[in-house]
Write a protein that binds this ligand. Structure first.
Ligand code: SF4
Length: 418
């Protein structure tokens, strides 16, 4: 679907909307808190739906036909659960937020299918959107919103890294989670009340709080998780993968959310150049500059608390180059990035790679199809492809156990040879 067609189908967002309607943001990951903070800062009434549960899956399945992707089922289920179970919900005073994309998969159709389902239920709730290949430009809200949302998303990326770096070693179970949850709230309210200044103020002290958590020494294998953006970030969909790995003795990093947004800028610049739309090209270029500036601002608040490898992600161009021998850049979308990031993890000394994809995911199949080759070319790093269909399958743990064992052996071998 072209950008033009998408624009015609989907409502944009402007400041007046929040005065008339409450915006509901379906929970994908904790980055949604940053988005809600940025919406509220613009005077919009926004709230994030609770983390999805098995009821959402049930609602989603009941209103889909079986061939849809898991993220579609879960987000649809969240919307329907709200409509069916919240007596306060008013369709004409509400709007659902759903980003979209025109890439080579079904994501661009979610929005349209959800509109049809809501109409069928006689609850024609407005769905509002930002589009990936317009690099999530929110013209109606302006630069302040976009920059603030971006900085908040980057802040949550860093916050998650501190959590994953600390939690496996905490002496008191739950200590790291509690600092993390509290920090998320402080970030959201700081952003809502005072924009970027509020966000930066909120970040002060977070590192110290994590540092004050009592930890014990340990030598766990580091596992890099890459894959489809929704499922890798959403605990319900990935059966709480990070916890499972930590329980089995590993330490985890998941590819950051920011990399996808940098990638969409890159595509915007390339599209502008290819179509001789130099205004678009320049806009992509300027956006990149502003985003790097915003990232540096946020990052400086974490620099005393995170290792260099967690502080500095490679430029998207490097990920694209990493991926090039296996998936060329002309294949548009996540596989390029995710294979590039898996290789980046391997180069930075990770001891194992896990790819996560929803069952029947089209880009996910591409990632899986080249994984053997990538593994062989990178010292046969332990590699596990996991596919999720939200049946909460017990065999994930059974597959993880030998994988973590291999990752420990890989780590021992490489520490003794270095
Ligand atoms: S990336 Fe995969 S799961 Fe996500 S929308 Fe596309 S096909 Fe579906």
């Amino acid at each position: 679907m072209s950008e033009q067609e998408l624009a015609e189908l989907h409502s944009g967002i402007d400041r007046n909307l929040g005065k008339k309607k409450k915006i509901y943001v379906p929970y994908m990951s904790d980055h949604g808190h940053a988005l809600v903070g940025a919406f509220r800062n613009q005077g919009l009434t926004a709230t994030m739906l609770p983390k999805p549960d098995s009821d959402c899956l049930e609602y989603g399945r009941r209103h889909s036909e079986g061939g849809e992707c898991l993220p579609f089922v879960v987000t649809t289920g969240q919307l329907i659960k709200l409509i069916q179970e919240d007596p306060e919900f008013k369709p004409d005073k509400s709007a659902f937020f759903m980003p979209t994309s025109s890439g080579p998969c079904r994501f661009g159709q979610y929005h349209t299918a959800q509109k049809l389902i809501l109409e069928h239920l006689d609850k024609p709730v407005e769905i509002i959107s930002l589009n990936a290949y317009n690099s999530y430009t929110a013209e109606g809200l302006g630069l302040d919103f976009r920059n603030l949302a971006w900085q908040g998303i980057v802040a949550v990326d860093f916050l998650q890294k501190i959590l994953w770096e600390t939690r496996p070693y905490e002496r008191e179970t739950g200590a790291a989670d509690s600092v993390y949850e509290e920090s998320l709230e402080v970030i959201k309210s700081g952003m809502a009340e005072d924009g970027t200044s509020g966000l930066i103020e909120a970040l002060k002290g977070i590192g110290e709080k994590f540092e004050s958590i009592e930890t014990e020494p340990g030598d766990r294998p580091l596992i890099g998780v890459v894959g489809e953006i929704y499922v890798r970030a959403n605990e319900l969909c990935n059966c709480n993968l990070v916890r499972l790995i930590e329980d089995l003795g590993g330490e985890v990093r998941i590819a950051p959310m920011a990399e996808w947004l940098y990638y969409t800028n890159r595509k915007k610049k390339q599209d502008g150049f290819r179509n001789r739309d130099f205004f678009k090209y320049l806009k992509g270029w300027a956006k990149d500059l502003v985003q790097h500036y915003g990232e540096r601002k946020v990052k400086s608040n974490f620099s005393d608390y995170l290792d260099e490898s967690d502080l500095s992600e490679p430029p998207v161009g490097e990920l694209v180059d990493n991926s090039h021998p296996y998936i060329p850049e002309d294949y548009r979308g996540e596989p390029v990035l995710e294979i590039g990031k898996a290789i980046d993890y391997a180069k930075r000394g990770a001891d194992g790679i896990i790819t996560v994809t929803p069952f029947s995911c089209m880009p996910g199949s591409m990632i899986i199809s080249v994984s053997d080759l990538v593994k062989k070319d990178h010292q046969n790093i332990p590699w596990l492809n996991l596919t999720f269909d939200a049946q909460q399958s017990t065999n994930i743990k059974t597959r993880l156990e030998p994988f973590i064992f291999q990752a420990k052996k890989f780590k021992e071998k490489h520490s003794s040879s270095s």
